[in-house]
Design a protein around this ligand. Sequence first.
Ligand code: PLP
Length: 355
Amino acid sequence: MRPIQATISLSALEHNLAVAKSKTPHSKVMAVVKANGYGHGLLNAAKGLKAADGFAILGLDEALTLRAAGYKQTILMLEGFFSVDELPVISEQGISIVVHSHKQVEMLESANLAAPIAIHFKMNTGMNRLGFKPQDFESILARLKVCKNVADITLMAHFATADESLGIAKSLAVFKQATQSHQHPHSLANSAALLRFPEAHADWVRAGIMLYGTSPISEESAAGFDLKPVMQFTSEIISVQKLEVGESLGYGHRFTATKKTQIGIVACGYADGYPRHAPNGTPIVVAGKLTQTLGRVSMDMLFVDITAISEAEIGTAVEMWGNIVSVDDVAHSAGTISYELLCAVAPRVPVKAIA
Ligand SMILES: *Cc1c(COP(=O)(O)O)cnc(C)c1O
């Protein structure tokens, strides 16, 4: 079998959830497990995060998978329902939905359901992605309050710049102004807002990336927030090459040796989810030692510099990211963010949960 694997630490998930809870002791924590648990496996993520007060996903299939696995807490569909035929099962299974569009409000009003549905009513406070503008919020909320298919209402918004120097002040002020005359619970903060802005904690927080042990804020490390890496993405060296001065490596000859260079060929490529845009010099670990990638990443393989790692040979362990090199560092080198790398771990990579 190809030696590649993603190993998921359930105890690290538990630890990171405890960190989130300790930072926001008066809020309920909704663990965001969309995108297959940020690439960790939906049920692996849910298992490690089972102490969360709720889970957030996108699709009804994911919500039903969680219910079928026995999770009784709030399960929120972050984009709500997509078609009216989803409503009966949402109602039967006690799933909560975001309501963000006029179309959804109309569908809710005209449905005949066995039981009303808890909703998170979403305001657009400046991100301009989903939700109602503050000036429309009041009138739609009045309609939802009298809608027979609507049970509890939580008021929700999402910050566009919680991880940036702009912060959340403007967005939070818009939300508070538009909701001040209502008693409903609030749900506002993502991981960055949870870590940076206690004033945004409210009744619910929606923590995603921090639970997976990576930092939502580019200038700060996960370790600085006491977060532990959850995924260790590993493989092995399957071939070794010696480069003489002037010899080049891989597609496009993107690396040419200026001294004798020993190269390890690793069973991991972009078809496994390793970023093709990672340049020469991206950090990677061989035999527990930090080294660098060289040359262009190919579909099924990549190159590592093992010149200084004399014990490296066929079968030597490689960590693409995890415990020694963080996914944040690899993402930074490749010009992206940890979210994208974690979600991109390909279905062909075996995922194994450990205690
Ligand atoms: C994904 C998502 C979150 C979680 O964001 P993180 O940055 O991963 O903490 C929270 N709220 C909404 C609406 C989301 O889509």
